[in-house]
Design a protein around this ligand. Structure first.
Ligand code: ATP
Ligand code: MG
Length: 396
């Protein structure tokens, strides 16, 4: 008897000629999540089987797999030879573990006979196993409508037996949609935006602007930790930490006060686009939501977009803050996001920011300062880290 994790994936998305590509990417995602475990990953007839996970590693492995995009669900299973007595023994063992010390429980058997050479058909398997279980466990009764315990048998290359089905993260395998660059602040919204776009199959680069000494080293560490939390879903994140103090001071000192926030956002977008190009990313992602603050009115968003030519994805555009917080809690970024370290956006906030900026006005204000050298210096002084679930390492 061997332990195996049985993984189902969203077949609907994976039909047609692209299927082998999606499957390969999904397997890469799984291997990356289990990188420090001795796992062997195999595909068989539209299911993925993961061998080599020890009993002690199993919960951790399942937990990590629930964050791999493209997985529909996971079942920890036991595999035995397709010998009837071995199957009956294994099913009884499974029931003993599942029952624990319950005095009473209802169950139902489900089976799939993918190997049609097996002598019993699925109905016969269900019936025979049902009899065996009722005879061995007097506390059991059958409930075909709402069973408390599902006893599932799949007859394939081997016989696989399981009772749990743990829901996966859904979405598309990481990397199947290409790469985009997330503008990541230390707030609640941007990590959620990155998660949602990664769920559609994007690999992530991330760009963070900091204004030392106005923002602290701890604020930077917080962003690295947020990138790490997102990377548990998205796979490794290439994080660019861009020094932004000179540009912010130039805007603050030389441009109209009410426009400073929107100008700052235009420059962030420009530099992010440069890093995106460098990384082969084709789009930018932000955590903006319509109307959330002055820089997120429709007019402000138009002015921001005017600074770049890449598409800008704003997956939270129609979300209320409560909706965003719920996702942040689900993906475990919330507690880190609310740590009270200042962001460079909050350091230089004008008292009366313009809420309906005009593109022409902003272009003019921006032209009052020659930013080209400052941008080149910010790019040159950027520190790039590869952030993965196990931590951050500097990119050579
Ligand atoms: P968050 O959206 O992450 O909670 P926030 O709501 O304070 O932070 P804003 O200041 O309104 O965000 O900025 C909107 C978006 O701009 C963010 O979602 C993020 O994509 C981007 N952004 C803001 N500050 C930074 C920064 N310091 N570095 C990179 N991107 C930033
Ligand atoms: Mg926000």
């Amino acid at each position: 008897m061997e332990q195996v994790l049985l993984v189902r994936y969203g077949e609907i998305h994976l039909k047609g000629l692209n299927r082998p590509y999606f499957e390969r990417k999904l397997i890469e995602g799984i291997k990356c999540a289990l990188i420090d475990m001795q796992a062997t990953v195999r595909i068989e007839q539209g299911r993925i089987f993961i061998w080599g996970i020890t009993e002690e590693q199993r919960d951790e492995a399942v937990d990590r797999l629930t964050r791999v995009f493209g997985i529909h669900s996971i079942s920890p299973a036991v595999a035995v030879e397709k010998d009837w007595n071995a199957i009956v023994d294994a099913v009884k063992g499974l029931m003993t573990r599942t029952l624990g010390d319950r005095q009473k429980a209802t169950f139902k058997c489900f089976s799939r006979r993918a190997d049609k050479r097996f002598p019993l058909n699925s109905e016969q398997i269900n019936r025979e196993l049902g009899h065996e279980l009722l005879a061995a466990f007097p506390q059991l009764s059958v409930d075909v409508h709402e069973p408390e315990i599902k006893v599932c048998t799949e007859i394939r290359e081997k016989a696989y037996l399981y009772s749990d089905e743990i829901m996966g993260a859904g979405g598309m395998p990481t990397g199947t949609a290409g790469r985009a660059a997330l503008l990541i602040s230390g707030g609640i919204d941007s990590p959620v935006a990155g998660y949602l776009m990664a769920r559609r199959g994007l690999e992530l680069s991330a760009v963070h602007f900091f204004s030392y000494p106005y923002t602290s080293e701890r604020a930077k560490d917080k962003v690295i930790e947020l990138a790490r939390l997102v990377s548990r879903y998205s796979g490794p994140v290439r994080l660019h930490l861009v020094p932004f103090t000179d540009i912010q001071l130039a805007i603050y000192e030389q441009c109209p006060p009410k426009e400073t926030t929107v100008l700052m956002r235009r420059l962030m977008m420009r530099i992010s686009e440069m890093w995106a190009r460098e990384d082969g990313a084709l789009a930018l992602i932000t955590g903006e939501a319509l109307g959330q603050v002055a820089s997120q009115t429709l007019e402000s968003l138009c002015v921001t977009d005017d600074a770049v030519s890449m598409p800008v994805f704003r997956p939270l555009i129609g979300f209320d803050k409560d909706d965003i917080v719920a996702i942040a809690k689900k993906i475990d970024t919330f507690e880190t996001s609310i740590l009270p370290y200042e962001d460079c956006c909050t350091v230089f906030v004008p008292q009366h920011p313009v809420t309906r900026p005009k593109v022409e006005d902003l272009r003019k204000s921006e032209a009052m300062v020659d930013f080209s050298e400052m941008i080149a210096k910010a790019m040159a002084d950027t520190e790039t880290l590869i952030v993965s679930q196990t931590g951050a390492v500097e990119k050579k």
